[in-house]
Design a binder for this molecule. Structure first.
Ligand code: ZN
Length: 279
């Protein structure tokens, strides 16, 4: 593995900085929110061969959706979240996988993968320094039949099929991407996950999501529970993977903006209720 490049000095909120060849973009923020977008890129340099193992599907319009959420947060609070974007197409790099599957041994892809996760970690460190804690969101788009957000807390559909009493067993919380909140919260873990003050609860009734009070489990439906980045980065600050449906959420600029407005209201309530953070 090549040595990591020296970290780029990059801390001015709202001003982009880039990794090598502009494959990775980091827009530093001053809110305790870190958003990463691994699967929306369009760059297909010939110098990186196409990956032959794993998934190569683009999460359409998710970069624009990440920027819309950033804009909605900024217009709400006059402060910006941290945003980290992969501009390589997923055929070239899957930054939400461990490095072997992610980069298929290509040195340029390996460097981009390292830069991406280093930028996320730089953002995490800035959030911890300024606010102590925050929320990490790994932003994706799914093409499953059910048009709703899939909130991935590193818990499988079969775990979510359990009763609230089963979810309240301490081992469930400690396996989840919300473990850092669960450790401090007086609430039952099932409430954090799918009660009225869960993120899914605050998104109701405008935005359908699972798990939430009205859809407590995906049951037998397709569902993404969270991947490599959610697992790696929620050891530092709590967070989740959000898989967005297409219609009404990321299909047009108007819908992205209106979804982003509703989403940041729910996120702000969640951050205030469980972390004491005012967005
Ligand atoms: Zn994805």
């Amino acid at each position: 593995m090549p040595p990591l490049p020296a970290p780029v000095a990059c801390s001015t909120p709202g001003v982009s900085c880039f990794g090598r060849n502009n494959y990775i973009e980091y827009i530093p923020g001053d809110l305790p929110i870190v958003i990463s977008v691994p699967h929306g890129g369009a760059l297909t340099p010939a110098s990186i061969p196409d990956r032959t193992l794993g998934t190569t599907t683009t999460d359409l319009n998710t970069i624009d959706l990440g920027r819309a959420i950033s804009a909605a947060l900024t217009s709400r609070s006059a402060r910006a979240p941290h945003l980290v974007i992969v501009h390589l197409r997923r055929t070239k790099l899957d930054a939400n996988r461990e490095i072997i599957e992610a980069a298929a041994g290509n040195a340029d892809a390996i460097q981009a993968w390292n830069e991406y996760h280093a930028f996320i970690e730089q953002a995490m460190a800035a959030v911890q320094l300024r606010s102590g804690t925050g929320v990490y969101i790994d932003l994706h788009g799914h093409s499953h039949a059910k048009q709703r957000l899939e909130l991935g807390y590193l818990l499988s559909a079969s775990t979510l099929d359990g009763t609230n009493a089963q979810l309240d067993a301490p081992a469930v919380a400690s396996a989840s991407s919300l473990r850092l909140i669960a450790r401090e919260s007086p609430l039952l873990f099932s409430d954090l996950l799918r009660g009225p003050t869960s993120l899914g609860g605050f998104l109701q009734p405008d935005v359908a999501s699972v798990p939430s009070p009205s859809i407590p489990t995906p049951g037998g439906d397709d569902y993404f529970s969270g991947g490599y980045s959610t697992s790696r980065h929620t050891a530092t600050i709590p967070g989740l993977q959000i898989e967005c449906n297409f219609s009404g959420v990321r299909d047009s600029a108007n819908n992205r903006a209106s979804f982003a407005g509703r989403f940041v209201q729910a996120l702000a309530l969640f951050a205030q209720t469980h972390l004491g953070l005012k967005l």
